[in-house]
Write a protein that binds this ligand. Structure first.
Ligand code: AVJ
Length: 332
């Protein structure tokens, strides 16, 4: 694989464009400061995903308690033959792509003779995630072209190429990390950049038994706890605080009225830390929490609402027989 001819070929096959810039960095610092200064302290969940956090998340997806990834992948495997029939001369855009295991399932089902005109466009805030999955994919699918976008899909939808027909993939129920209002606004934005005939494949974690939901975020091995606490290390890096993960305990519970899992970090003692960007120390009282994630769960009503509000047409809704996870296939 390492002879110069092959790597030159691979380089031509892979390009990455950057849309994140240094002003974004300042924006991220202020997002953190605003969250830590609020009455109920909070941190945006995108700060989970540094190199260590992304690794911990991949570990989470393998946990026996964490059913979403497994369920979504088996749904994808089932429906891929159906969906991939239409995939030729197309850009497959994956929002928040992470690793390439889900898109591989779809690509696997595309007939070889159609692959030459398929381009994969991963959109992610992690350069490592994009370049690593590009490397794996061109090895596995020698005919494919990969054009990565290092970008925040909430801000840079307009940077996505539009000359070809597109299939947007938004897997993992990542939409659930937004508030209900934000998720509708985001789908409206997405609909605006879609052209008639463009498709959207949306993965949604469904409302279910509370015990199943809460177990998925309170695993026995404490990986989710480590993932939650890792956000403090990321924050320390950005704003030069000195939070020690051991000062907090991991809390995750289902908020029934809001239909979402909430993750928090709860202070085990009164604590304080300086911060490069604040004149005073940040003080947190014993028992006070930092809200780190919302993971909204969906019902079929939410799916119909999305269609009504955005004007996207539901082509099919694929749900496993336990009704735990849905893949919705929309057409613009
Ligand atoms: C990838 C954001 C959808 O909310 O279930 C896993 C992240 N957090 N365990 C989710 C997560 C805790 C995951 N998402």
């Amino acid at each position: 694989m390492n002879n110069p001819g092959t790597s030159a070929l691979i380089r031509k096959q892979i390009t990455i464009s950057k849309y994140l810039c240094s002003t974004e960095l300042e924006e991220e610092v202020s997002e953190i400061i605003v969250g830590l200064s609020a009455e109920q302290k909070y941190l945006p969940s995108k700060f989970f995903y540094d190199a260590n956090g992304s690794k911990l998340f991949e570990d989470i997806t393998c946990l026996p308690e964490y059913y979403p990834t497994r369920t979504e992948k088996s749904l994808l495997k089932e429906v891929a033959p159906q969906i991939s029939k239409t995939l030729r001369n197309i850009d497959i855009v994956e929002l928040g792509s992470g690793d390439c295991s889900k898109i591989s399932i779809l690509l696997d089902a595309i007939p070889f003779e159609n692959m030459a005109n398929v381009r994969y466009i991963p959109v992610d805030v992690s350069h490592a995630a994009i370049s690593e999955s590009a490397r794996i994919l061109v090895e596995r699918f020698p005919e494919i072209t990969v054009h990565g976008l290092l970008a925040d899909f909430l801000k840079h939808l307009s940077a996505i190429p539009k000359e070809t027909k597109r299939l947007f993939c938004f897997f993992g129920s990542t939409l659930g990390n937004l508030t209900r209002k934000q998720s509708v606004l985001f789908l409206l934005d997405l609909k605006t950049v879609m052209k008639p005939g463009d498709q959207l494949l949306l993965g949604l974690d469904m409302v279910k038994d509370i015990k199943v939901l809460e177990n998925a975020y309170n695993d026995n091995q404490g990986i989710t706890a480590a993932f939650n606490k890792n956000i403090l290390c990321v924050v320390n890096n950005y704003v030069k605080t000195a939070f020690c993960p051991d000062w907090f305990e991991h809390i995750a519970f289902y908020n029934q009225s809001k239909g979402r899992i909430e993750m928090h970090l709860r202070a085990l003692k009164d604590l304080e830390t300086s911060c490069l960007y604040l004149p005073d120390k940040i003080r947190i009282k014993k028992g006070e929490t930092i809200h780190t994630e919302n993971s909204h769960k969906f019902t079929h009503w939410h799916i119909f609402d999305f269609a009504c509000i955005t004007g996207l047409k539901i082509n099919a809704v694929y749900t496993d027989n336990r009704q735990w996870f849905s893949l919705v296939h929309f057409i613009a």
